[in-house]
Design a protein around this ligand. Structure first.
Ligand code: C5P
Length: 283
């Protein structure tokens, strides 16, 4: 069985509080884009393979963890072989690993005939990682709590998206450790984004996007993020933001021509640049 695992963007990312368990309560508006890994899943010996040699394929691999979590939760399904063709850059703030895990859960649900609801699959997914429940559903959604409390939102009006991943990685736990919640000055206008979604107002969404992690980056990384945003906006993006714990930056475009111009400009400077579109969710 072949399944696509779509990358996610954070249209907004806000941190509300630090919890007793070390995690943070978040408020994020999420969106799926057509940039996707392809997974081939078949009955087998439990092997995971990928086209990127440096990725772990053992129990640290989120797809492998998802298959184990599914078996544990349902008692169904023997070992499966999972071949992952990565297109989503790794450690990029695009939930690539979580998307793969979610795709495995959906595929095993079908292969075994378990017939679990997407909600039940999302519930299994939260044991694998904070972004997995959202990736099970996809589309436009508000994610709260650790990321597991999901509310579907009216879909973001279809648009063109340019994503650029600069050539460095940021550790998610490190980034969370840098945030002093009471010191956050600039936050996304989450309520405004949700109102704009209700109205089908793409520009209204785009100009209210923000990610609170952008203010705690190391200065040299902050400068790179700002430079990529400037290219996107100068080429006609309606708004631009960093996704997740970065370092990927994206811009939303109403015009395909403008998006192509931004894509070409960024390709002159960066290797990991993608021209894609929004995709609707599964529900
Ligand atoms: O759940 P996941 O493994 O994706 O999270 C990675 C790390 O990010 C956690 O170990 C934690 O340090 C941090 N995190 C957090 N609050 C969240 C999600 C993740 O502090 N809501």
């Amino acid at each position: 069985m072949n399944v696509l695992a779509y990358a996610k963007l954070n249209l907004t990312l806000d941190i509300l509080r630090r919890r007793e368990d070390g995690y943070h309560d978040l408020q994020m508006v999420m969106e799926s884009i057509s940039l996707a890994d392809t997974l081939t899943i078949a009955n087998g010996e439990g092997e995971v393979s990928t086209n990127l040699r440096y990725l772990p394929t053992d129990r640290r691999n989120l797809a492998q963890m998802a298959a184990a979590a599914f078996r544990e939760a349902t008692g169904l399904g023997g070992a499966v072989n999972i071949a992952i063709e990565k297109a989503i850059p790794v450690c990029a703030g695009l939930a690539g690993g979580s998307a793969d895990a979610a795709a495995v859960l959906r595929a095993m649900n079908q292969l075994t005939g378990a017939g679990l609801s997407l909600e039940a699959l999302a519930d299994i997914g939260q044991r694998v990682g904070s972004d997995v429940p959202y990736c099970v559903l996809g589309g436009t959604a508000l994610a709260e709590g650790r990321g597991e409390r999901l509310t579907l939102l009216p879909p973001l009006p279809h648009c063109h998206v340019v994503v650029c991943k600069p050539p460095f990685s940021i550790s998610t736990p490190w980034l969370f450790s840098q945030v002093k919640v009471h010191k956050i000055v600039r936050r996304p206008d989450t309520a405004g984004v949700m109102e704009a979604l209700e109205k089908g107002d793409l520009a209204g969404v785009a100009r209210r996007m923000y990610n609170v992690f952008e203010d705690v980056l190391e200065p040299r990384h902050m400068a790179t993020i700002a430079a990529i945003k400037a290219v996107l906006i100068n080429c006609g993006a309606l708004g631009a933001s960093m996704s997740g714990s970065g370092p990927s930056v994206f811009g939303l475009f109403a015009s395909e021509q403008d998006a192509k111009r931004a894509y070409r400009r960024l390709l002159e400077q960066y290797q990991s640049v993608f021209l894609c579109q929004t995709v609707d969710g599964l529900v």
